[in-house]
Design a protein around this ligand. Structure first.
Ligand code: KG4
Ligand code: ZN
Length: 341
C-alpha cells in the first residue's frame, strides 16, 4: 500500500506519494520569490505559507497518484533539522493524519532523506541501490555542507561538515556582495558560464586539511576585500562573469577534491550528491569528470530532486518500514537541531 510523505523544513512545501520504491507523485510548492525581497528565508513567513499551501499540495499529491487517504499505509514527515515553525506545520499535520487514519507515522531526519534523493528516479531503480554501497555522499545546500559515508542501507556515518558557512550560503553571500538577487547560487552559475574561472585566484579553504570538514566563510571575506580593492569591477559585465566563474571554481574545487579524496580513502565505488547546490552545472561537470578519472560511479540527484522535496522523505520512510523500524511515537515532537550522525 502507498505512503504519503510531507516536507516543510525550510521554504518548500512538498507532499509525495510513494509505493514500492516508485514515486507516484511529488508536488513541490516553492516560496523562493516570497523570501527574495528579504534576502533570505524569514521563518514566520515560511510557516504561514506552509499553513496556506500544505493541504492543497497534499491533495494534489494524492490526486496525481490516484490514491485516497484511506488507501494509505503510512504517513511520514520531516522531523528535523529545519526551521522550528516551518517543521511544525508539516510534522503536526502528518502526525494528525496518521492518527485519524490509524496508520503508522514516521518522523524522519531531513539529511538522511537527502542520502536517498539521488535514487528517487532514473536508472538503475532503487532496487539496485545496494549495488552502489558503500558510497560517499555529499549533501550541499543553503544551510548545510555534509560529507557522509553510506556503508549500507540505513547505515551511515558523517565524515565531516562545514565549520562555518554552507556552500550554498557562500554562493548566496558572495552573490549579495556582487549585487545579485537572492538566492544568488543559480545567478552565479549562469553568469559564470561566460567567465574565466582562472581570472582571479581565491582561497580554497581547508582543501588540503586531512579531515573531511569544510569552511567557506574565509572565501566570502576575501571576495569582500577583493571588491573593495577593485572598485567599478561590477560595472564591467565580462569582469563580473570572470569573478562569478572564479568564486564558483573555488567552491567547486573544495567540494570535488574532498568528496573524491574521502571516496578513495574509504575505498568505495560510488559517489552521490544532493541538495540545492547540486543544481550547479560546474559542480556536476567537475564531479562527473573526477569520478570518471578515478573510476568511481557517480549518482547525482535528478532535476527537481536536488532541492527539498517529499519524494526523498517517502523513499526513506518506505525503506524504514521495510526493515520494521519503529514508527515515531504519536506524541513525539519536532527536532529542529537533529544532526545526522
Ligand atoms: O537545498 P536547498 O533548496 O535549500 C536549503 O538550503 O535547504 O538549497 C538552496 C541553496 C541556495 O543557497 C542556492 O543558492 C543554492 O542552493 N543553489 C545553487 C544553484 N541552485 C541552487 N548554487 C549554485 N548553483 C546553482 N545552480
Ligand atoms: Zn535539504
Amino acid at each position: 500500500m502507498p505512503l504519503l510523505a510531507i516536507e516543510t523544513s525550510c521554504d518548500e512545501t512538498s507532499a509525495a506519494v510513494v509505493h514500492q520504491g516508485r514515486v507516484l507523485s511529488n508536488v513541490v510548492s516553492s516560496q523562493i520569490s516570497l523570501h527574495a525581497e528579504y534576502g533570505g528565508v524569514v521563518p514566520e513567513l515560511a510557516a504561514r505559507e506552509h499553513l496556506r499551501n500544505l493541504l492543497p499540495v497534499a491533495r494534489a499529491a494524492l490526486g496525481e497518484a490516484s490514491v485516497t487517504a484511506d488507501q494509505l499505509d503510512a504517513v511520514a514527515a520531516t522531523r528535523g533539522p529545519g526551521l522550528p515553525s516551518a517543521l511544525m506545520v508539516g510534522f503536526r499535520a502528518a502526525q494528525a493524519a496518521a492518527f485519524v487514519l490509524g496508520r503508522p507515522f514516521l518522523g524522519l531526519n531531513h539529511h538522511e532523506a537527502h542520502l536517498y534523493s539521488p535514487w528517487v528516479s532514473g536508472q538503475p531503480p532503487l532496487a539496485d541501490f545496494s549495488k552502489f554501497q558503500p558510497n560517499v555522499s555529499l549533501i550541499v545546500s543553503g544551510g548545510h555542507t555534509i560529507l557522509v559515508h553510506v556503508r549500507s542501507e540505513l547505515a551511515h556515518r558523517v565524515l565531516g561538515s562545514t565549520v562555518d558557512d554552507a556552500a550554498g550560503e557562500c554562493f548566496d553571500k558572495t552573490g549579495k556582495l556582487m549585487g545579485l538577487p537572492y538566492p544568488a547560487g543559480p545567478e552565479i552559475d549562469r553568469l559564470a558560464e561566460g567567465g574565466n574561472p582562472k581570472a582571479y585566484d581565491f582561497p580554497r579553504p581547508m582543501i588540503n586539511d586531512p579531515n573531511d570538514d569544510f569552511s567557506f566563510s574565509g572565501l566570502k571575506t576575501s571576495v569582500r576585500y577583493f571588491l573593495r580593492d577593485h572598485p567599478g569591477l561590477l560595472d564591467d559585465t565580462q569582469r563580473l562573469r570572470d569573478l562569478c566563474a572564479s568564486v564558483q571554481a573555488a567552491i567547486v574545487d573544495v567540494l570535488v577534491t574532498k568528496a573524491i579524496r574521502a571516496a578513495k580513502r574509504l575505498d568505495v565505488g560510488c559517489v552521490t550528491a544532493s541538495g540545492g547546490v547540486t543544481c550547479n552545472r560546474s559542480l556536476r561537470q567537475r564531479l562527473s569528470a573526477a569520478c570518471e578519472r578515478e573510476r568511481l560511479t557517480l549518482r547525482l540527484a535528478g532535476k527537481g530532486l536536488c532541492t527539498d522535496n517529499a519524494a526523498m522523505i517517502g523513499i526513506l520512510a518506505e525503506r524504514k518500514l521495510a526493515v520494521r523500524t519503529d514508527a515515531t511515537l504519536s506524541d513525539a515532537d519536532i527536532l529542529p537541531n537533529w544532526a545526522l550522525e
